[in-house]
Design a protein around this ligand. Structure first.
Ligand code: NAP
Length: 249
């Protein structure tokens, strides 16, 4: 464990699996106490908590649906009641409900916007007052290469992920004078459950679009998060950092 983030408290949404899991482990390794949010997968979340604790870190589980402002407000309150502060928010929770526009249901559109975009609003709103009062904070929002370029069968997901970028730039402007930075990471094609669900044919096509010639790992994304939440990134706000092996350029 390093002490880069010692004394800091982080809240990571979607921390039970994939990218969120890797971010939680990395922030804990850098010395932060980490609140692990997830939707339903208690066994996986418990495993992340145990991994952090077995290397001397501190973690707590905060299960709940990010698409509900009331739920999220309660979870943030619990973390602040228990640990006294909140310095880092990673808005990572996300889902896909892919389909061609012609076949996409209203529910598929609404669910993806509610989780991926409104979830970011909810969590950010719930921490804003506290971070402003603390006169410091770090917020990192997970967009996607799809939010930059669009993708067939992902109008709902692309709208949410592009929305996150506009949201971030606005929040960054509102909070900059209080020492709170708000940035976006736009991952490319990362090896997680989300991409494992794609067909071999789609995976082959995606691979051809990656100049680096390989899929990214959750740790590739966690490395970028570790930088954006560090003291070294204090003067960086409202930015979109692609972690995609060159896919978006
Ligand atoms: P993943 O493996 O499918 O994991 C998703 C995580 O989000 C899980 O922890 C899940 O909890 C949680 N979650 C889902 N709905 C939630 C809700 N309503 N409230 C709270 N938590 C919720 O996804 P991933 O690939 O790691 O992706 C993480 C983020 O990166 C997402 O925002 C995704 O859009 C983005 N991203 C991924 C890629 C990629 O290639 N994988 C590329 C670009 C962007 P449960 O375990 O309880 O279900």
């Amino acid at each position: 464990m390093s002490s880069k983030l010692s004394g800091k408290v982080a809240f990571v949404t979607g921390a039970s699996r994939g990218i969120g899991r890797a971010i939680a482990l990395r922030l804990a390794k850098d010395g932060a106490k980490v609140a692990l949010n997830f939707s339903s997968n208690i066994a996986k979340a418990e495993e992340v908590k145990a991994t952090i604790e077995s290397s001397g870190g501190a973690a707590m589980l905060v299960q709940g649906d990010v698409s509900s402002l009331a739920v999220v407000t309660e979870l943030i309150k619990k973390v602040v009641d228990d640990w006294g502060r909140l310095d880092i928010l990673i808005n990572n929770a996300g889902i896909t409900r892919d389909n061609l526009l012609l076949k996409m249901s209203e529910d598929d559109f609404d669910k993806v916007i509610a989780t991926n975009l409104k979830g970011v609003f909810n969590c950010t709103k719930a921490v804003t007052k506290l971070m402003m009062k603390q006169r410091g904070g770090r917020i990192v929002n997970m967009s996607s290469v799809v939010g930059l370029k669009g993708n067939i069968s992902q109008t709902n997901y692309a709208a949410a992920k592009a929305g996150i970028i506009g949201f971030t730039k606005s929040a960054a402007r509102e909070l900059a004078s209080r020492g709170v930075t708000v940035n976006v990471i736009a991952p490319g094609f990362i090896n997680t459950d989300m991409t494992a669900a794609l067909s071999e044919k789609v995976k082959e096509v995606m691979m051809q679009e990656i100049p680096a010639g390989r899929m990214g790992t959750p740790e590739d994304v966690a490395n970028a998060v570790a930088f954006l939440v560090s003291d070294e990134a204090a003067y960086i706000t409202g930015q979109v950092l692609s972690v995609d092996g060159g896919m978006a350029m």
